[in-house]
Write a protein that binds this ligand. Structure first.
Ligand code: MN
Length: 231
């Protein structure tokens, strides 16, 4: 039986990201995130920064925030910023070799993996999943994407976040434990990747709480900048 094009409820809105300087937008399919991918952040969270296999979690596509205002979420009093390089895929597959992984990349951006740290702490203690800490409304503000055809595949350069004019996070893409091609290769062993998938690649040290009224600016130098207000 073929499904009808008519739907019994309104169709969910597509999730679209703007592209720097271009009229077309980037449609999002899935959002993957890498945990603990910078040694100094692993240490600040109380973990061994050795090169264990990367681990992943997900946010929902409609958790992405395109806009200037990040609404402080409910049921937390400890929401942390995590600035991250974002990968946007133009193609995918399963078991992608690292040597061919960069062919799958459409472009890059900068995003924030906002985290309800108090809820994540409880989840870790109880061995529960992380969704309530990670996949809440507007939890992933994201910049316009920069096509790889214009910016290449950045593997070094500053990644930073300022809160109210003061530097909170400052790292370099060279500090990533798992590099972009390796992340794509590892993820594609677990999931079949596809055009429209987004990967948030982990955060350097300096994560910390935000409060309503905060002004946040973050960037991956030479790739993208994102400016936000916490409301
Ligand atoms: Mn993160």
């Amino acid at each position: 039986m073929t499904a009808s094009l008519a739907t019994v409820i309104p169709q969910p809105a597509p999730v679209l990201l703007p592209i720097d300087g271009e009229a077309e937008s980037f449609p999002v399919r899935r959002v993957y995130c890498v945990g603990r991918n910078y040694a100094d952040h692993a240490i600040e969270m109380g973990h061994d920064p050795s090169r264990e296999p990367p681990f992943f979690f997900q946010k929902n596509p409609d958790n992405l925030l395109v806009g200037d205002d990040f609404p402080y979420p409910p049921l937390s009093s400890d929401v942390h910023h995590e600035v991250e390089l974002v990968i946007a895929l133009r193609s995918g597959g399963a078991d992608i070799p690292a040597e061919r992984a960069l062919d799958c990349v459409y472009g890059y951006g900068v995003g924030i993996d906002f985290t309800r740290r108090d809820l994540q702490g409880e989840a870790k203690k109880l061995g529960r999943p992380w969704e309530i800490a990670k996949a809440f409304e507007h939890s992933a503000p994201i910049s316009a994407l920069m096509p790889a055809t214009r910016v290449g595949h950045p593997d070094k350069g500053g990644i930073w976040l300022m809160r109210n004019g003061e530097t909170a996070q400052r790292g370099d893409l060279q500090q990533m434990i798992w590099k972009v091609p390796e992340i794509i290769a590892e993820l594609s062993k677990l999931f079949t990747l596809a055009p429209g998938d987004i990967i948030m690649t982990g955060t350097p040290a300096g994560v910390g709480p935000v409060a309503r009224g905060d002004r946040i600016t973050c960037a991956v130098d030479g790739v993208a900048t994102l400016v936000l207000k916490v409301v």
